[in-house]
Design a protein around this ligand. Structure first.
Ligand code: AMP
Length: 374
């Protein structure tokens, strides 16, 4: 049953990273209180929360404590223990449920559900051992990409195979359990759609973002995506179809490949606000974080509209010092830093959002700033 949660009540968040922090900041604007469960005392979300429960994400007593202090519970990442989350749904109000986490935790169930929603994914096979992979690989051919079914992100737990001789490269992946092998998709662009839905079935998508990766990590999101209107429509419809099929409550990020023939293939789903939606904080009439809070609190959703073309660029550990030195030079840049103490190389530390009338000029400005040189 959908409940309405009001300002003054407490939103519990499992996970204290930057997504939790930005959810919390949005919620606090409306006067909600925040409780966060994270193993670290000074997590990005913990720094802005009212109540901190410092324990591992799957600690049963800590989850019970979170249930006790929260009027509604959400999560900021999908790798939480499904059984623990399911138990939580029995003792607390978790409008997103546990099912979406179960589905998206595992590439096998995720792909099966996308297909059931009648939306295309790359051709794939499922293998539980190198032997099974060997036996089936001809069904998808080469090049192909083998991915662990559980637990991979940002290109981790993946191996590209160019021919039969490469097959042994995938052997170590099976130490982590079953794998999927996908046909390589010769994409021209990667895009994503953030779709958000409340318990009454009200659904909105953010404007489609175009994603540029560097070393498998998101580097820039450009909005609107520089693709045809046909792709924009297909992408939005596909995201809506998946959201309806899954009876989504909350937020789902749908990552897609664009092909030369103006079609799309879904790559993967994330059941939470997404790095490629950060642009919406300044770029849209409602951000993915505000909309997420509205959705889980049973509020009516707002139609997001883009104020102006927008570029978001990620700030990794190695970019923090050069960015600080450049802040005074770029008054139009909105600076976000997540309050993480250690600026490790490749660690996501923040992002910069730039609203612009000229995407190409802004992309050049980012490049020539020298902050994001290799
Ligand atoms: P993933 O962790 O599944 O998002 O994959 C990370 C990145 O690897 C994607 O953003 C793509 O750039 C690339 N990739 C993954 N799967 C495929 C595929 N089937 N075909 C081509 N590139 C892929």
């Amino acid at each position: 049953m959908t409940k309405t949660i009001y300002p003054g009540q407490t939103i519990g968040i499992i996970g204290g990273g930057q997504l939790g922090r930005m959810m919390a900041l949005a919620a606090k604007e409306a006067g909600f209180k925040i409780a966060v469960l994270d193993p670290s005392m000074e997590s990005p979300c913990g720094q802005v929360a009212d109540i901190r429960i410092v324990a591992p994400y799957n600690d049963e007593t800590a989850l019970e404590e979170l249930a006790e202090v929260s009027d509604v519970i959400t999560y900021e990442f999908e790798n939480i223990d499904y059984e623990g989350l399911k138990r939580l749904t029995e003792i607390a109000y978790v409008p997103q449920g546990a099912e979406l986490v179960r589905i998206t935790q595992n590439r096998i169930t995720e792909k099966a559900e996308i297909r059931k929603a009648n939306v295309p994914v790359a051709e794939y096979i499922i293998a539980t051992s190198p032997l099974e992979l060997n036996a089936q690989i001809d069904e998808i051919g080469f090049p192909s990409i083998v991915k662990t079914a559980f637990g991979g992100y940002d290109g981790k737990g993946q191996v590209m195979l160019h021919n039969k001789e490469d097959l042994p490269l995938a052997d170590p992946l099976f130490e982590h359990g079953a794998c999927v092998a996908e046909a390589y998709v010769p994409f021209t662009k990667e895009i994503s759609v953030i779709v958000q839905r409340n318990g009454n079935g009200e659904t909105y998508c953010l404007p489609v973002g175009e994603n540029i990766h560097k070393h498998h990590i998101l580097h820039e999101t450009i909005v609107p995506a520089r693709v045809s209107d046909i792709i924009l429509t297909q992408a939005t419809e596909a995201a809506q179809q998946i959201a309806d099929h899954l009876q989504l409550v909350g937020t789902l990020a749908v990552e897609m490949f664009v092909l030369e023939d103006d079609t799309i293939v879904i790559n993967e789903l994330a059941p939470r606000p997404h790095n490629s939606g950060h642009y919406s904080i300044e770029g849209c009439t409602i951000s993915q974080f505000h909309q997420h809070i509205r959705a889980i609190c049973g509020w009516p959703l707002r139609k997001p509209a883009l104020f102006q073309p927008t570029v978001m660029v990620n700030v990794l550990g190695e970019h923090v010092v050069p960015l600080s030195k450049a802040i005074l030079k770029y008054p139009n840049w909105s600076i976000h830093l997540y309050g993480k103490d250690e600026a490790k190389t490749k660690r996501k530390m923040g992002h910069v959002t730039i609203l612009t009338d000229d995407i190409n000029k802004t992309l050049k400005e980012i490049k020539h700033s020298g902050i994001w040189s290799e």
